[in-house]
Write a protein that binds this ligand. Sequence first.
Ligand code: SF4
Length: 381
Amino acid sequence: MKYIILNKFVYYTVKSNKLFFFDTLLKKHFLFEGKILASIFQNLTNPYVVELNKKTQNNREVLSFVTVIEENNMGYISNKEEFVFYPIVRNSAVRRNDLVISELTLHLKYLQKKENNTLYPKCKQFLYPKKSLRDNQLSLKAINKVVNLIFNKHLKINVIVTQYFFINNIEDIICFFDNLKISVNFYLTIDSIQFINKYYRNHFLYHILIDNPEQIKIINKTLNKENVKYIFITSSEIDYHNYINNASIFKLSNFEVKPYFNGLNLKFFQENVFNDVEDIISQDQTIYTILEKKYFSSLLYGKMIMLPNGEIYTNMNANSLGNISLINKIHKSLLQENNQTWYLSRNNLTPCSYCLFSELCPPVSNYELAMKTNNLCNVYE
Ligand code: SF4
């Protein structure tokens, strides 16, 4: 009996008769094919120790596989069974009793702007106010209640602000965040740009949501501060070039481009947002961050959202969990592993579950949920 012993920084998947090997240190990848070869990876007790019997030892597919593995330092042949402490990632976050919410987003007020209804609202894709005909405002009492319950020293708080001048208790809300002594991120629509001058604090971060390149022209240059960042919401290449052009004219450097899917710009997404094999391979990830994608999406996990009417969500693409008045019950129910969005894994989604890249691919994000398509890639069409 012989054994293939794999190094533990190697990640691999077996689908049908194909094997995809990925060296997580050197970011090198290899594709092997063969029925016999694939069969020796079935039902392994330790996925990093592969037993070879007399027949498989001399099989051509297996021999050429072993040559590549040895030449690339991903493993070796041994005459005895060795124990490899192979990487195990458990969903420890799910199993512990003290649920930690890592990010709380508070929508202070609905967006009243008159714009056509869309099947693809921005708030379902990234941090942006939700449009509604209702005129609720989030009360300080509701904010206090949720923050007190979930507060931990790693908590990140986002506050989405639109038409701040109509928010009655805005001064008290700012004072509340001042006293928390943690960094708070404000996301402001362009009509609330003066909010920064009025409530400027060094320990707050301000993100200005820019809907079109023309809006750059009305930005006051005094806002070119270190803790002020611009988010250019982009739905086409023309938009993108105009943003870059105007940013250069108005000397804005602290910006990020956020793609927006409006239902009509799939081509823009396919060309600029969808992942290619190269994007997937070149991501900065370790064997552990790859394996944790079996259990949850790090882009969605631990997030909680409260809308101006006090409704609580874990994701803007999911149903409400209930009102703030039920926050203790909601918090307890989150422990019961029944929150679908937090635990989304490509292993359970079609067609990703059939794809050799499933765990290598970036975690499921809001874009997949909002666009109702799991394979935002140019790999599996
Ligand atoms: S099909 Fe899914 S797992 Fe495969 S490359 Fe596309 S997005 Fe990634």
